[in-house]
Design a protein around this ligand. Structure first.
Ligand SMILES: Nc1ncnc2c1ncn2[C@@H]1O[C@H](COP(=O)(O)OP(=O)(O)O)[C@@H](O)[C@H]1O
Ligand SMILES: [Mg+2]
Length: 181
């Protein structure tokens, strides 16, 4: 993982698009440059170990930015095989059961707040597991629902992940040096 030299987190994609999930209301940004899918997997596994159970994570970024790749790595930490994790683009919510269950949603095809409510996402209690939501930035109503927002962006030689979130969660990530200020 290379330290990000030029990234300017406060001008990240969320801010530019004027998006619902309000990163400005969250704490300082951490970031990292991720060169390969294998490195994305490793970062996801490390984050999965330091984040408290019950964390609700939003995954923002364009198609192909690495959101589902991240979920595969994350879930593998808890014994869920990478093949079990598939993009919930059509199913909207996938649940991978286990001692640490993972709820994986993809809101790309959800158009309205009513449809969002009908998905049952707000009834999903991550409890002893985790909730990972792709495309949360499509909905204002999710602004205060997430504990951590990871913004993925595509670069010529890899991907950048930026993280914003609750203070305590970012502190854990910073202390583990998984992403850096
Ligand atoms: N550094 C990287 N990190 C993550 N994925 C990468 C990287 N470089 C190339 N890729 C490729 O980009 C694609 C990301 O797809 P996916 O994870 O499904 O994206 P999303 O869910 O954001 O649409 C995969 O084919 C993956 O192999
Ligand atoms: Mg995806």
């Amino acid at each position: 993982m290379a330290r990000l030299a030029a990234a300017h987190p406060s001008k990240g994609p969320l801010t530019r698009r004027g998006i619902a999930v309000n990163p400005e209301a969250m704490n300082t940004c951490l970031a990292s440059f991720i060169r390969t899918p294998a490195e994305m997997d490793r970062v996801a596994r490390r984050l999965a170990k330091v984040l408290p159970k019950g964390t609700r994570i939003g995954l923002c970024g364009e198609l192909g930015a690495g959101k589902t790749t991240f979920v595969k790595g994350f879930a593998s930490t808890y014994g869920i095989s990478r093949d079990t994790v598939t993009s919930p683009t059509f199913t909207i919510i996938n649940e991978y059961s286990g001692p640490t269950p993972i709820v994986h949603a993809d809101l790309y095809r959800i158009a309205t707040d009513e449809e969002l409510a009908r998905t049952g996402l707000f009834d999903a209690d991550p409890g002893s597991g985790f909730l990972l939501i792709e495309w949360p930035d499509r909905f204002k109503s999710l602004a205060n629902y997430l504990d951590l927002v990871l913004v993925f962006s595509m670069k010529k030689n890899g991907r950048v992940i930026e993280a914003r979130g609750k203070k305590e969660i970012l502190r854990r990530i910073a202390e583990s040096k998984i992403l850096e200020r």
